[in-house]
Write a protein that binds this ligand. Structure first.
Ligand code: TMP
Length: 209
């Protein structure tokens, strides 16, 4: 059976991912392909419950290992319940965050051991990797100001230095895996950024209007 295409959008908080995911999903749908838009953590009944625990500012005492395992638990459920079946049907799956977020936030931001986070990612993703990952890149201070304008969730409450480490980790990943991970400049007008994103996917999904 033809496998679909698995695309992930990544970036530090406030980089504009959710807006861009909506625009991109609409552009892909317009080609007539089945498009499945998801976000992490979340996307299944169980994963949304795990998301609520992860982002609740009242859970300030959560230890880094608990946090890592909850992100992986949410991912494993989403991967087996939704992503893998959609790819088997031939759909384009567009996921707002996936295992590179765990690398950037738990290894980069939290400074957990990198090898350990990579092994946890293998388990949480059930071995399923994206075909293309776009990192929306902005100076951390710009993204952070945007993300926290209406109040901060538990992760955003970690502060600007944390977001700087997250950004640096994403840029390292793009250097390590240039075929899969592409950095997209997220500054400027919304439509300009959308056009850069479509350009970085043309070889996988064809030209998008
Ligand atoms: P978002 O839906 O606003 O992007 O919120 C998800 C938050 O969780 C965001 O701060 C990034 C963080 N996160 C991790 O720390 N590790 C992960 O593996 C994922 C998927 C998200």
């Amino acid at each position: 059976m033809a496998r679909g295409v698995f695309i992930t959008l990544e970036g530090a908080d406030g980089c504009g991912k959710s807006t861009q995911a909506g625009l991109l999903a609409a552009a892909i749908e317009a080609t007539g392909r089945e498009t499945v838009r998801l976000r992490e953590p979340g996307g299944t009944k169980i994963s949304e419950k795990v998301r609520a625990i992860l982002l609740d500012p009242a859970n300030a005492e959560m230890v880094p290992e608990c946090e890592l395992l909850l992100y992986e638990a949410s991912r494993a459920q989403l991967t087996r319940e939704v992503i893998a079946p959609a790819l088997e049907r031939g759909a384009v799956v567009l996921c707002d965050r996936y295992y590179d977020s765990t690398y950037a936030y738990q290894a980069g931001g939290r400074e957990l051991d990198e090898g350990l986070v990579r092994r946890a990612n293998e388990l949480g993703s059930c071995g399923l990797s994206p075909d293309r990952t776009l990192v929306l890149d902005l100076p951390a201070s710009v993204g952070y100001a945007r993300a926290t304008a209406g109040g901060a969730d538990r992760m955003e409450a970690e502060g600007l230095a944390f977001q700087e480490r997250v950004r640096a980790a994403y840029l390292r990943l793009a250097e390590e895996e240039p075929g899969r991970v592409r950095v997209v400049d997220a500054s400027g007008e919304r439509d300009e950024v959308a056009s850069r994103i479509r350009g970085a996917l043309a070889d996988l999904v064809g030209e998008l209007a």
